[in-house]
Design a protein around this ligand. Structure first.
Ligand code: WTA
Length: 665
């Protein structure tokens, strides 16, 4: 197996396989659920195309498709010739069906007591107004609109308004830097940006608008910035370019005649880290994407629109937020939660208070958050009535069995099934997961492909590995929610995903089948790190570090971390000598960390930066990342005979042990 694969295998999850694997049978009260019966896998396997066609029929189409799938490797078209409007599917049809008074979502702001409850009818009106405003501002179908917003209702409204007029949105997570925002705006050539003055995080006001101002210095084509007033803080204003949301949206009519768009009309571009310094603009379209969001949300979370309160505790700036805060739940007409702040704002029990107050029934979050709650202690959830919960989900990174069990016991009261869901920005929606009531679960395993999805675990040469063996995860048939390409870069699309195993999608993840044939996801096998469930590329961070004038060379690795899954450790060589004065109290290291935060965003700040006179390289000059990872994780070093200068390693190791590094905040 290649070095990359070994890295992936070492990362996470595998150790769990050496323990006794527990198995939970599907709880009986889910077995008779209305949403899916045990025959579902057989039905989908027998004819996946027909099965997907049936799922698409649950949406409202203005025109039916002539063909379900057109597949010219690696380009898929789903529901060819079909026409629909995503926003109509998420809003109008529920209102038309008499469900206008149902709550679309309960929004909880970070400051205590700052809440809003928005029904489907109200949300539809807000979206129509925003759609009219965008049209007034000259946004046409196909134009890209950048969104850089906190977790406030207007963020969802902005996305749906874009969808309504066929203008693909490009949401950038509010925690990304102005530089990252500028790169995305330029790559996607967005001319309109929607943002807010700021937001609340951990009890303080954060500012967003200044980042936009900074970013736009590099983006001369942006003509309009629409700003939501969230905090009321002072903001710089550029007349002629900047407009208040309330000025341009509130005066609009709540009537909007929606156009039906082609099933392959772009819905959004979401940028995600790849193995180079430049993030990839992952393109998603409408008909297939919405079909898969809706059916996965309905079946995996067993949703009952009349009674459930569903909560994806993620940010809409990530794909999880797109598919399971916005599109899936709204397509299914479910009531959701949306929370602005951090889990510890107003106390470490903030989430549990929200669940108790709103009687949340389904919670979907990332393992990193679960591990943080474990660290904070079980007394926080124990102090609240969580009996409304009936199902728990996990996403974003491998979940270690301990965290899975803690989640089940301390949050789920030992009665809620836990569904570990594997998917990616590229897949658009969940791909590998148990189904509650149908599939047994095992702590740490994502179990099996969703009905209609085909996945395999293969070795280097592409052969299926069979049971009780590990390898690379591939998806061997197209699926409705799949990415339609990388914005502006078809070559990269073909090379990244479709060249390693021609005709099959290479996910970049290591996986294992256990002795029962159930799937375990083991983490990335490429140079992408997973920090708190966020994808960050080693190259991107290296690039940022090398951009600092004093830095000569940088190598970045993702070292395992008890809370964040992986943490960024950087090895840096500087030009010339570093004087004691220059790095007094770790000043240089601090400056480097701040620099990375400025270039990419605070989430990319290395946990540790190790200043070293040299980096370990092979004779051909390649940096030995695997070895650095071993150093960072204090592991026994393997074979270092290919090192040009093995003393380098000892030096680095000594530095690390001596703690001569910058520790994370
Ligand atoms: C990882 C997030 C193990 C994986 C939806 C994938 C997971 C990357 C799981 C995608 C899981 C996601 N178990 N690993 N249940 N879910 N991953 O694009 O490495 O932000 O390739 O999408 O997260 O991250 P992305």
């Amino acid at each position: 197996m290649s070095e990359a694969a070994q890295n992936g295998r070492q990362d996470q999850g595998l150790s769990a396989l050496h323990h006794e694997i527990r198995r939970f049978e599907p709880p009986s009260k889910f077995v008779d659920q209305a949403n899916a019966g045990p025959g579902i896998y057989a039905e989908a396997d027998a004819d996946p195309i027909a099965w997907w066609e049936k799922q698409a029929e649950s949406l409202e189409w203005a025109q039916r498709w002539s063909e379900v799938l057109e597949w010219k490797v690696p380009y898929a078209k789903w529901f060819v010739g079909g026409k629909l409007n995503v926003s109509v599917n998420c809003l109008d049809r529920h209102v038309a069906a008499g469900k206008g008074d149902r709550v679309a979502f309960h929004w909880v702001g970070e400051p205590e007591g700052d809440t809003r409850t928005i029904t489907y009818a109200e949300l539809k009106d807000m979206v129509c107004q925003a759609a009219n405003a965008l049209t007034d501002l000259g946004v046409n179908a196909g134009d890209r609109v950048a969104i850089y917003m906190p977790m406030i209702p207007e963020a969802m409204v902005a996305m749906l308004a874009c969808a309504r007029i066929g203008a693909p949105h490009m949401v950038t997570f509010g925690g990304f830097s102005s530089e990252a925002l500028a790169n995305r705006i330029l790559d996607g050539d967005a001319r309109v940006v929607i943002t807010a003055d700021g937001s609340y995080r951990r009890g303080t006001q954060t500012a967003l608008k200044p980042n936009v101002d900074e970013a736009l210095k590099q983006c001369p084509e942006v003509r309009t910035v629409v700003v939501v007033r969230r905090t009321g803080q002072d903001v710089e204003w550029e007349d002629g370019r900047d407009l208040w949301w309330h000025d341009v949206v509130d005066r609009q009519s709540t009537e909007h005649d929606p156009e039906a768009f082609d099933a392959e009309q772009p819905l959004y571009i979401m940028y995600t880290s790849g193995t180079t310094a430049k993030p990839k603009g992952i393109l998603h379209t409408t008909g297939g994407y919405l079909t898969q969001c809706a059916v996965t949300h309905r079946l995996i979370f067993d949703v009952k629109p009349d009674t459930d309160v569903f909560w994806t505790a993620a940010d809409i700036g990530w794909v999880t937020g797109h598919s399971y805060i916005v599109y899936g739940p709204l397509a299914n007409g479910v009531t959701s939660m949306m929370y602005e702040g951090t889990p510890d704002a107003g106390g470490r029990d903030r989430w549990w208070k929200i669940i108790e107050d709103y009687k949340v029934t389904i919670l979907y979050t990332a393992p990193t958050t679960i591990r943080t709650f474990m660290k904070w202690g079980e007394e926080h959830p124990a102090g609240h009535d969580l009996s409304s919960l009936r199902l728990l989900g996990s996403v974003g990174e491998p979940i270690n069995p301990e965290a899975w069990m803690w989640y089940r016991e301390h949050i789920g009261g030992d009665r809620c099934p836990v569904v570990d869901t594997w998917w990616q920005t590229e897949t658009g929606a969940i791909m590998i997961t148990p189904l509650p009531g149908i599939t047994a679960t095992k702590p740490g395993a994502a179990m099996r492909p969703f009905p209609g999805i085909s996945a395999d675990v293969v070795d280097d040469s592409g052969h299926s590995v069979g049971n009780d063996a590990g390898g690379f995860l591939v998806l061997d048939h197209p699926w409705p929610g799949m990415l339609r390409g990388i914005w502006g870069d078809p070559k990269r699309y073909e090379e990244t995903y479709w060249s390693r195993y021609p005709g099959r999608y290479f996910a970049g993840d290591g996986a294992k089948r256990d002795e029962d044939g159930d799937l375990w996801l083991l983490g990335r096998v490429d140079d992408v790190m997973n920090i708190s469930g966020h994808r960050i590329s080693t190259t991107e961070v290296e690039h940022a570090l090398v951009g600092f004038p004093r830095v000569a060379e940088a190598a970045v690795v993702g070292a395992s971390d008890d809370t964040t899954g992986q943490a960024i450790v950087a090895f840096v060589t500087v030009k010339g000598e570093v004087s004691d004065e220059e790095n007094e109290g770790g000043a240089l290291v601090d400056a480097l960390r701040a620099h990375v935060a400025k270039v990419i965003g605070p989430i990319a700040k290395p946990r540790q930066i190790i200043l070293t006179p040299d980096l370990p390289k092979t004779r051909s000059g390649k940096i030995m990342r695997r070895l650095l990872k071993d150093v960072a994780e204090h592991r026994e070093l393997g074979d270092v005979t290919t090192l040009l200068d093995s003393t380098v390693v000892n030096l680095i190791d000594e530095q690390l042990q001596a703690g001569g590094t910058g520790e994370a905040d």
